[in-house]
Design a protein around this ligand. Structure first.
Ligand SMILES: Nc1ncnc2c1ncn2[C@@H]1O[C@H](COP(=O)(O)OP(=O)(O)O)[C@@H](O)[C@H]1O
Ligand SMILES: O=C(O)C1=C[C@@H](OP(=O)(O)O)[C@@H](O)[C@H](O)C1
Ligand SMILES: [Mg+2]
Length: 165
């Protein structure tokens, strides 16, 4: 069993939003690894970061991605940092991986100061700039399809992808 599409990209790229719309368009289920992690941990992601720390979150994330890649055949969204793990990048080989790219300005305006992303809680613009610079090569490495999302609606992006998949 293998997902129809796996979404990667930075926080605010629209993985959860576009992934949900694409799953609807294809008539398949949607799953978000962040939600799987919260179910396993029994608490929201910010609380995992506070109580156990990022390393523990990343361990849960590696396990959740490995599980979903072999047990789920709908549309799957990863968290933005999942591709930091070399073993996760290796597991993605052979899958249909959609990289939603986003420039700093759109990413910042989309995530704003909203809660739920502990890494961005303090200084979203500076942190996002760092994350984008660090991760862009990794997203490009695992991607089989890349879609630039700046200035486009989630509906428009999902429609384009539904036509390609
Ligand atoms: N293409 C887009 N244009 C404008 N806003 C978007 C777009 N994609 C997502 N958003 C908004 O940005 C925020 C983050 O989207 P989300 O799907 O949670 O991103 P991710 O899962 O990649 O972090 C949400 O408020 C969502 O409605
Ligand atoms: O970029 C990251 O390291 C993270 C992104 C989040 O997911 P989204 O990319 O869906 O916001 C979530 O997994 C966690 O807060 C860590
Ligand atoms: Mg998300």
């Amino acid at each position: 069993m293998s997902p129809r599409a796996v979404f990667v990209g930075a926080p605010g790229a629209g993985k959860t939003t576009v992934g949900t719309l694409l799953a609807e368009a294809l008539g398949v289920p949607f799953r978000d690894v962040d939600a799987d992690i919260e179910t396993t941990a029994g608490k929201p992601i910010p609380e995992i970061f506070i109580d156990e720390g990022e390393e523990h979150f990343r361990a849960l994330e590696r396990a959740a991605v490995a599980d979903a890649l072999t047990t789920f055949d709908g549309v799957l969204a990863l968290g933005g940092g999942a591709i930091l793990a070399p073993e996760t990048r290796e597991l993605l080989a052979g899958h249909t991986v959609v990289y939603l790219s986003v420039q700093l300005s759109d990413a910042v305006s989309r995530v704003g100061l909203g809660t739920g992303r502990p890494l961005l809680a303090l200084n979203p613009r500076a942190t996002l700039k760092y994350l984008l610079d660090q991760r862009r090569p990794l997203y490009e490495q695992v991607a089989t399809i890349t879609v630039a999302t700046d200035g486009r609606t989630p509906e428009d992006i999902a429609e384009e992808l539904a036509g390609k998949l």
